[in-house]
Design a protein around this ligand. Structure first.
Ligand SMILES: Nc1nc2c(ncn2[C@@H]2O[C@H](COP(=O)(O)OP(=O)(O)OP(=O)(O)O)[C@@H](O)[C@H]2O)c(=O)[nH]1
Ligand SMILES: [Mg+2]
Length: 305
C-alpha cells in the first residue's frame, strides 16, 4: 500500500501578491475570489488538493497589513494569526514589485513561525524575481536557524502556472504521512455553496464599484432554493451609508443590474444550473466597525478546523 501524505499549508503575504490566484490555480476551482484590488480576501479560506501523493489543505489568508484596532481589518489580521499557529508549512509570497522595506512587517512575523517556510516570488510572467530577494531570503533562512526549516526562493507564476509543480513538490516534502483529512474526494473547499455565492457577488462589487465602496460592502444570501428551476437565489448587499446605496443601485438600477449580470454566470457555473439572481441593497450603518455586525456577516476569529 502506498502511504499518503497530508499537510496543512498556509499561504501568507502582503495584499495583492497573488495568494488567492495560487490557491485557485492549484485546486482548479474558484476557491477564493481574485481581483486587482488589495484586500480582496477577508477570511481564511480552505482549498483541498487530493492527488496520489496525498492531500494538501491550502489556507488562503487575507493580505497582511497594519490594521486599526476594532474593525474589519483587525478581524482579517486575526484570521492570519490564527492560521499561522501550527500548519505543516507556510508559503511566504512576495510580489516582484515589492521592496525589502515593504516586506518588513510581514517578514517580522513569518521569520518567527515554527512551521517550515517556503519563500516564493510570484508573477514571474511579469518580471523575474528582483536581485534583492535572493540575499534577503538567505538572511531569513539564517535567522530561522537549523530547527526551523526554510526553502528560500522559488520563482512562481500563480496565473500562468510556472513553478507551481516545484512548489507542490516542496510542500509534499513537508507534509506528514497519514490518512486523508477530507475523505470525500470531491470536496475542494470548506465553504458552503451559499458562502461561495456571496463571495462571487462580492467579487463583482470589488470590480464594478470604485476604490472605496467595495470595502464598505458585505453580502448575505437570504434565499437559496435549489429545487426550483431556475434555481432561485436572493441576496442582500449591505453598505454603510445611504449615499453608497445610491451608487450601488445606480441611475435607473443600472449598476446593480451590471453587478448581477456579471455575477450570475459564475454562480451558474458553481451551481451547475440556470440561476435567477435577485439582489437588493440595504444600509447597515458602520458595520465594518461594529463587533456584533462583523460577527453577523461572518467576520470573526474562526476555529482552526
Ligand atoms: N501577471 C500576473 N498577475 C498575477 C499573478 N498572480 C496574481 N496576479 C494578479 O494579481 C492580482 C491580485 O491577485 P490575488 O490572488 O487577488 O492576490 P491576493 O494576494 O490574494 O490579494 P488579497 O486577497 O487582497 O490579499 C490579481 O489581479 C491577479 O490576477 C501572476 O502570477 N502573474
Ligand atoms: Mg486573496
Amino acid at each position: 500500500m502506498i502511504e499518503t501524505k497530508v499537510g496543512v499549508i498556509v499561504i501568507a503575504g502582503r495584499p495583492n501578491v497573488g495568494k488567492s490566484t495560487l490557491v485557485n490555480r492549484i485546486i482548479g476551482e474558484t476557491v477564493s475570489i481574485v481581483t486587482p484590488k488589495a484586500q480582496t480576501t477577508r477570511q481564511s479560506i480552505r482549498g483541498v488538493l487530493t492527488e496520489p501523493r496525498g492531500q494538501l489543505i491550502f489556507i488562503d489568508t487575507p493580505g497582511m497589513h497594519r490594521a486599526k484596532v476594532g474593525g474589519i481589518n483587525e478581524t482579517m489580521i486575526d484570521a492570519v494569526k490564527l492560521a499561522l499557529e501550527d500548519p505543516d508549512a507556510v508559503v511566504y509570497m512576495v510580489d516582484p514589485a515589492s521592496e525589502a522595506k515593504h516586506e518588513e512587517p510581514v517578514r517580522e512575523v513569518l521569520v518567527k513561525v515554527s512551521s517550515p517556510l517556503v519563500i516564493c516570488v510570484n508573477k514571474s510572467d511579469l518580471r523575474p524575481a528582483p536581485l534583492w530577494t535572493s540575499e534577503w531570503a538567505q538572511q531569513i533562512t539564517e535567522e530561522r536557524g537549523h530547527y526551523r526549516k526554510t526553502t528560500p526562493l522559488l520563482s512562481l507564476s500563480a496565473e500562468k502556472g510556472q513553478g507551481v509543480q516545484d512548489l507542490l513538490a516542496a510542500l509534499f516534502e513537508y507534509a506528514k504521512p497519514g490518512p486523508l483529512l477530507y475523505g470525500d474526494q470531491d470536496q475542494w473547499t470548506d465553504q458552503t455553496v451559499r458562502q461561495l455565492t456571496a463571495e462571487l457577488i462580492r467579487k463583482q462589487l470589488m470590480l464594478c464599484l470604485g476604490d472605496e465602496i467595495p470595502y464598505s460592502t458585505a453580502v448575505e444570501v437570504d434565499e437559496f432554493k435549489e429545487a426550483e428551476k431556475p434555481v432561485q437565489i436572493h441576496c442582500t448587499i449591505y453598505c454603510e451609508r445611504d449615499s453608497q446605496k445610491g451608487m450601488i443601485i445606480g441611475a435607473g438600477g443600472k449598476k446593480i443590474k451590471e453587478i448581477g449580470a456579471a455575477a450570475r454566470p459564475e454562480i451558474e457555473k458553481l451551481v451547475g444550473e440556470k440561476v435567477f439572481l435577485g439582489l437588493r441593497v440595504k444600509v447597515a450603518p458602520e458595520w465594518t466597525r461594529n463587533a456584533t455586525q462583523l460577527k453577523r456577516f461572518g467576520y470573526k476569529k474562526r476555529g482552526k478546523s
